[in-house]
Design a protein around this ligand. Structure first.
Ligand code: R2B
Ligand code: URA
Length: 316
């Protein structure tokens, strides 16, 4: 079991410098400070062409999710909840010059899409974290809102991640760096988990649990599905694996939480993962729930995190 609080960079700062409670982004890369210009290629933004402190210096909440349309819906929803701008306002995509990722901002809230899987969210997070660093942002809370497959949960349940674990249920993220395996922790902020649990109780709209989230490299064989183009095991093998995952505390499966937790933890960002479960994987593999039901499910993490932001700003 990994101890969370002591390894979070902000926790260390706070305990050492009690009078200075501001928590800034800490890049774990000495090269950035020496660069004349930093081009965030996949955002189509650069420190020489954009004034990052002016554009993003007031950001306090960053929400990331897979699809660009979902993140556009989210910014509109949050802006309405916070009473920012006029209702129905259309938000401009800050990364309009590229279709790799989409980014929207309303007041202190930034909403960014990350695509599917570890490589896609990893690239986005490198550029997002540097962007927040260049903007001199402080006291950022970052939350991934997404979808997942549940294990032993009623579909539509929301899982707040306690620990992001790998396919062997370990709270680790492995990256090959210069041909060598580097293993990093996947710590998330335990206090933020509890605050989000409280927000779900406040809303009392859908079942919410705290559990481990298994992050995989694939949606099909990687998640033990029997319905991909390849399958090398039986239904019995699949059930045994998912039940072992459940016994290890895993309550849902998705494809980004491990690298998200690792990178945020390494750079001093208070981070959480909130995903709705679209199906119970013990019951099946195909997502055949009606479209309107799925749309409502996908709004659940948004409503929970929207309430959290509103409450944090003293507007709930
Ligand atoms: C959840 O849903 C996507 C796969 O359908 C993937 O991005 C994830 O983590
Ligand atoms: N996303 C996943 O990664 N897995 C699922 O089963 C559903 C959504």
């Amino acid at each position: 079991m990994v101890t969370l609080a002591t390894t979070h960079p902000c926790s260390i700062n706070l305990s050492l410098f009690v009078s200075n409670s501001d928590c800034f982004i800490q890049l774990s890369n000495p090269n950035i400070a020496t660069m004349q210009e930093d081009v965030l290629y996949h955002f189509n933004l650069s420190t020489s062409t954009h004034d990052f402190p002016a554009m993003f210096g007031d950001v306090k909440f960053v929400c990331v999710g897979g699809s660009s349309s979902r993140m556009r819906t989210f910014i509109k929803y949050v802006a309405a909840e916070l009473g920012l701008d006029h209702p129905g306002k259309e938000y401009t995509n800050i990364c309009a010059g590229t279709d790799r990722y989409a980014m929207y901002k309303a007041g202190p809230v930034l909403s960014v899409s990350h695509g599917m899987g570890i490589p896609s969210i990893g690239i986005m997070l490198h550029e997002l974290i540097k962007m927040l660093y260049h903007a001199r942002c402080s006291n950022i809370t970052i939350i991934r809102i997404g979808t997942s497959g549940g294990i032993g949960l009623e579909p539509g349940s929301v899982v707040i991640t306690q620990q992001a674990v790998d396919e062997c249920f370990k709270p680790e993220f492995e990256q090959i760096v210069l041909g060598k395996r580097v293993i990093r922790n996947t710590n998330l902020d335990p206090q933020l988990v509890q605050e989000l649990v409280q927000c779900s109780s406040d809303l009392n709209e859908f079942p919410t649990v705290v559990g481990n989230t298994m992050c995989t490299l694939d949606f099909y064989e990687g998640q033990g599905r029997l319905d991909g183009a390849l399958c090398s095991y039986t239904e019995k093998d699949k059930q045994a694996y998912l039940r072992a995952a459940h016994a290890a505390g895993v309550r849902n499966i998705e494809m980004e939480s491990s690298v998200f937790a690792t990178m945020c933890s390494a750079c001093g960002l208070k981070a959480a993962v909130v995903c709705v479960t679209l199906l119970d994987r013990l019951q099946g593999d195909q997502i055949n729930t009606p479209h309107d039901v799925l749309v409502e499910y996908q709004q659940r993490p948004q409503r929970l995190v929207g309430h959290f932001i509103k409450k944090s700003l003293g507007r709930a």
